[in-house]
Structures are given as C-alpha cells and as structure tokens.
Write a protein that binds this ligand. Structure first.
Ligand SMILES: Cc1cc2nc3c(=O)[nH]c(=O)nc-3n(C[C@H](O)[C@H](O)[C@H](O)COP(=O)(O)OP(=O)(O)OC[C@H]3O[C@@H](n4cnc5c(N)ncnc54)[C@H](O)[C@@H]3O)c2cc1C
Length: 287
C-alpha cells in the first residue's frame, strides 16, 4: 500500500557517518572506540566512567541503543528479564523495486526487505529463539522455517548475499522503559524501542533527539530547572511515542503463530481501512 509520508532507506553505518561528520564540523569532540562503563549522579553532577578516564558533567543523554552495559549498571527494569527475540540482518543485492518495502511472515517471526544506499537491500528478520533452538543453526532455520514462505524462499535462492555471515542480535526486548532514569535523559532505543515491523525506529530515535535537544537548549539558557526538564521530556516523550510503541507490540503478537499471522496478513491485504488504521497507529507525523 502507498505510504502517505513517503520514505527512504539508509543504513545506520552511512547515516551515523553523516551525523558524525556534521557534528565534527560544528565543533563536537568525540572519544572514539571507548565504552562508557558507569554513570553515577550525585550533588547535581554526573560522573561518567570509561575504561580509561572519568568525566564530570551536569547533563547526560543516554543514546546507547536498545541494550547496553550502562543498562546493567543502572539495573534498569527491562534488563532483569530475558527476551526471546533474535534479530538477523544481511545486506544483499536482489530484484525488488526500489520504492517497495516488503514484509514477509513465517512461523514465529517476520522478515523485512528494503533498499538502502548503493542499490543494496537490507534483509532483516526477527524470530523467536525457539526457531533457532529447534533447528540449531541460522542456515538450517532459514531453510526449514523462513523458506516455507515462497517469497522468502525465492529471495534466499536468487539474491547475492554481501556479508560472509549475518549480523545476529540477541535479547531484543520491546519492554516499556523510562525516558528518564537516574536523571539520565534517554534518547532513541535507550528510551524505548518500537517493534521493527513498524519500520520506524530510526525516525523515532531522531524525533526523540529533536524533542530532547529543544528542551536542553531551554535548560542551558536557564529557562528550565533540572526537575522541569525531566518532567517536560518524560511527558512529551510519552505523549509522542507511548501509544505507538504499545500498538507495535500488539500487532507483533499477531506474528506469533501461523494461523494468527496468516489471518492478519490476509485481513490487512483485503481491508484498506484496517491497513490504514495500523499505519496511523504506528507511524508518526512530520516533525
Ligand atoms: C531486527 C531489527 C530491524 C529493524 N529494522 C528497522 C527498519 O527497517 N527501519 C528503522 O528505521 N529502524 C529499524 N530498526 C530499529 C533501529 O535500528 C533503531 O531504532 C535505531 O537504530 C535506534 O537508534 P539509536 O541511536 O537509539 O541506537 P543504536 O543505533 O543502537 O545506537 C546506539 C549506539 O550506542 C553505542 N553504545 C552502546 N553502549 C555504549 C556504551 N556503554 N558506551 C558507548 N557507546 C555505547 C552502540 O555501539 C551504538 O553505536 C530495527 C531494529 C531491529 C532490532
């Protein structure tokens, strides 16, 4: 179906490099190849520790993605329980129109295919770890489970795979998180991750960063106290994203078993109002 807002595909690799160069040109300094181990807050100041150095600062933005060691040191709620979802990603060359995003279902999972830069495509699927357990290897699972879907079978058989091995991400969780934790202002997936079938994670991460940046500017010019900054960000984040994340989680449940998944796909294909409603509930507005 047509997407009213349009869209374009780009890999994180290319996009991050673009943002990095923009920020460098604006005078941002980067400490590369260094992980933050620990962040503590005391007396209105943060202490940020890496393996090599310790930094003090009065604001910390957590933009460390869906799952990081910082989440563990903060003992965030979602990190206490295991998540059954595994993500697998390839870059491929294949025969699909450049303006089409296709989403294919299979038992206990789904797979998205869309064009990125240089006429490459990203093929990324999310599966319950039961599938991997049952078949032992990624390749066996792709042959035995994903290829039961004839569209996916054709993609696996007729595409050029550009990685030696797929990129595999374990423990992907869509649990509710808090946008402010121990005074750290969380942006992007660190604040909450939308289920990938909505195809909107990068746009949401950028949008949350925009909301946060505008509030940080107000805080820095003395118009907001720390308490006001945290409250405003929490409330704006929730009103912008909480319902979309919830809707994404409910829709993803339909992809659990074969029967529900086939029913859902058929219903969406045959009923434009239902498809439109799903788009409205999961996609944002221009910002
Ligand atoms: C299977 C799957 C499919 C997806 N498909 C799509 C899609 O089609 N379209 C879409 O828009 N989105 C998609 N997404 C979501 C999208 O990838 C994310 O929403 C987006 O990348 C979030 O950006 P981010 O900057 O918050 O986090 P990330 O892109 O994860 O970036 C976080 C960065 O922080 C770094 N980091 C982590 N911990 C530390 C630390 N302790 N110290 C220093 N650095 C640290 C990481 O190395 C990483 O570079 C998908 C996600 C999954 C799992």
């Amino acid at each position: 179906m047509p997407l009213d807002l349009g869209g374009f595909g780009i890999s994180r690799f290319t996009f991050d490099d673009f943002l990095y160069k923009k920020a460098l040109a604006r005078g941002v300094s980067f400490i590369l190849n260094t992980e933050v181990d620990h962040i503590t807050y005391h007396d209105d100041q943060f202490v940020v520790q890496t393996g090599i150095n310790t930094y003090t600062t009065d604001l910390v933005i957590g933009s460390f993605g869906k799952r990081s060691r910082v989440d563990m040191t903060l003992k965030r709620d979602f990190i206490q329980s295991r998540s059954p979802y595994v993500g697998v990603k390839y870059h491929i060359r294949t025969d699909q129109p450049s303006d089409l995003i296709s989403l294919h279902n299979f038992k206990e999972g789904y797979c998205g295919l869309s064009q990125i830069e240089d006429e490459k495509f990203t093929l990324c699927y999310l599966t319950h770890r039961n599938n991997l357990k049952s078949y032992g290897t990624i390749q066996a699972m792709e042959t035995e489970v994903l290829s039961k879907n004839p569209f996916l079978k054709s993609v696996f058989q007729n595409s050029e795979f550009l990685y030696d091995r797929p990129e595999v991400i374990n423990e992907i969780t869509f649990a509710t998180k808090s946008p402010v934790e121990n005074h750290i202002l969380m942006a992007g997936d660190a604040a909450g991750m939308i289920t990938p079938l909505c195809g909107n994670g990068m746009a949401m991460a950028i949008h949350s960063a925009k909301i946060l940046s505008e509030l940080v500017v107000e805080y820095s010019s003395g118009k907001l106290s720390r308490d006001q900054l945290e409250r405003r960000y929490s409330s704006e984040w929730k009103s912008q994203f909480a319902a979309r994340l919830w809707a994404g989680r409910q829709i993803q449940k339909l992809f659990g078993d074969v029967w529900a998944s086939n029913l859902a796909v058929n219903l969406i294909r045959r009923s434009r109002p239902i498809a439109n409603m799903i788009l409205r509930k999961t996609h944002g507005q221009p910002f």
